[in-house]
Unconditional design. Sequence first.
Length: 260
Amino acid sequence: MSYTTILVEKKLEDKVGIITLNRPEVRNAINPTMREELTQALSQFGEDPEVRAIVLTGGPKVFAAGADIAAMVDKTALEQFSRTSILEITFQMEKMGKPIIAAIAGFALGGGCELALACDVRIAGKNAKLGQTEINIGIIPGAGGTVRLTRLVGMGKAKELVMTGKVIPAEEACRINLVNAVVEDEKLMEEALGMARLMTRHSPVALGLAKYSIQNAADADLRTATALENACFSMAFASEDQKEGMRAFLEKRKPDYKGK
């Protein structure tokens, strides 16, 4: 499929799909076309058995400076409430059975930060800057920013970031658990792909079950959460990958997972 606001490629040797936001003239501001194309690309990779992990990036200079304000300024409350938004994409990302890694260079602000929050792992370049800056233009985050940010960094820090609109450097973002790691800018994609390879060497079935369990048990009470984990653990035994993984371990060889 042809895209106009994103770039899509596969690294077959790594079993990784790469989605690059590609509106550099507006610092990758997320407009309706980009939202539609992101949805399609994620679906494409989600159904592709050759892709076992996804890296989402904005390229070497900027991740995404937020939503396209010019496309929003004259919207009514009803139009915004019933819109197809970044929010649907973030739920799509969380629901996918494949890990998604954000490789963040430059700014990840507003809706751009919300996209990163929906990824499973976030790796930032040393000069990256992150923030929920919506308050600076008279609104608040509208694609899960107040919710996912709070669950990552805690209520006090989330209130500070959302209610001041300040932008923080990558090192501080790592300190408060907003990103997983900070690396030199020129090594960002190398690190993201390295993280992806650590995941894609494992069973796609187990990866999907692990992601599902963590994602859905996080907000449940302990008994419900552990019951969900046990169900996912038990379901792994219905897969060919489980038999292959355990037999490979006993036979002291590398497993050959098929994702079945």
